[in-house]
Design a protein around this ligand. Structure first.
Ligand SMILES: Nc1ncnc2c1ncn2[C@@H]1O[C@H](COP(=O)(O)OP(=O)(O)OP(=O)(O)O)[C@@H](O)[C@H]1O
Ligand SMILES: [Mg+2]
Length: 276
């Protein structure tokens, strides 16, 4: 529990939203499964050449590839309806792929259910309905730990260190919290399973720029603890600025893939997707 884990001073410093110093570590679980580590040159997670859609409907994803390295941040951006959420659902197993595969930590998990993927180390915060509004903050976190049979009190303490306001409000119904605080509950809930990969679909939807900055700071902090982050964002500029890797999706296809910085500097990407 020392000072800021980053040397810069970006982000909001309003300690009433969340604390601004570090949390120590947000440890991913060890030994949850016996998968081998990725082969050299293989990313920690890859959804590779994913093709598929909903039910018997037309394909939404077309040879779409999304990958993230250990402890890094990958960001998916693109227009409304591009298939960003669909790509996340495909990685999480909520969509049957006609082609392609999903490999996590060296293991092909393409045929596992979402719940089995959680057991393998995936945490998913969906775009909508990502908390139980009538339950308290603490009950939401407890629900997040549903697959755990061990003592999760240390993990809950880590979540409260990451998001101190949640500790203050732990006995309040989550539905009474502000938008930004609800998103903290959703992220905290996903962290309760000690994921190795945290997937966030538009975590800053509907929050102010200050709260967005603060959430991104916490996302960076989680990544620095070794957890890989795969995030969809509407706030494309800000999200690419913290991304190790960025993916621009258009109509279910990879349009541009590069480092976050390179995408931000690409005139084509700027003109078409970042408002100039
Ligand atoms: N449950 C569903 N059943 C059938 N089609 C769906 C379903 N969810 C999304 N779609 C369709 O899939 C396409 C991609 O939608 P998706 O939600 O993945 O886009 P998105 O990039 O996440 O958009 P947004 O920025 O609005 O969140 C759209 O044409 C959408 O209508
Ligand atoms: Mg979406």
């Amino acid at each position: 529990m020392s000072g800021s884990p980053y040397g810069d001073d970006r982000g909001n410093k309003d300690a009433t939203i969340t604390k601004t110093d570090g949390i120590g570590t947000m440890t991913p679980a060890e030994g949850l499964d016996n998968s081998t580590s990725p082969a050299p040159g293989q990313p920690f997670l890859i959804g590779e050449a994913m093709t598929g859609g909903y039910g018997k409907g037309a394909d939404i994803l077309h040879q779409c590839t999304i990958a993230v390295e250990k402890g890094q941040i990958a960001v998916i951006v693109g227009p409304n309806g591009a298939g960003k959420s669909t790509a996340m659902k495909a990685v999480f197993g909520m969509l049957t792929l006609r082609e392609g595969r999903v490999v996590l930590d060296g293991a092909d998990i393409s045929h596992l259910t979402p719940q089995a993927r959680v057991a393998k180390g995936m945490g998913f915060v969906p775009q909508n309905a990502n908390i139980f509004t009538s339950m308290t903050v603490e009950e939401n976190l407890e629900m997040g730990a549903f697959i755990r049979t061990d003592d999760y009190s240390d993990t809950m303490a880590q979540v409260y260190d990451l998001f101190p306001i949640l500790k203050d409000k732990r006995l309040q119904p989550a539905g009474e919290l502000s938008g930004g605080q609800r998103q903290q509950v959703a992220v905290g809930r996903a962290l309760m399973t000690q994921p190795k990969l945290l997937m966030l679909d538009e975590p800053t939807a509907g929050v102010s720029p200050i709260v967005m900055d603060e959430l991104f700071d916490r996302v960076i902090e989680v990544a620095r603890s070794g957890i890989s982050i795969l995030m969809v964002e509407q706030n494309a500029r800000q999200a690419l600025a913290i991304a190790d890797k960025g993916y621009v999706l258009v109509q279910g296809r990879n349009a541009y893939t590069d480092t976050g910085q390179a995408l931000l500097a690409d005139p084509e990407v700027r003109r078409s997707f970042l408002g100039g």
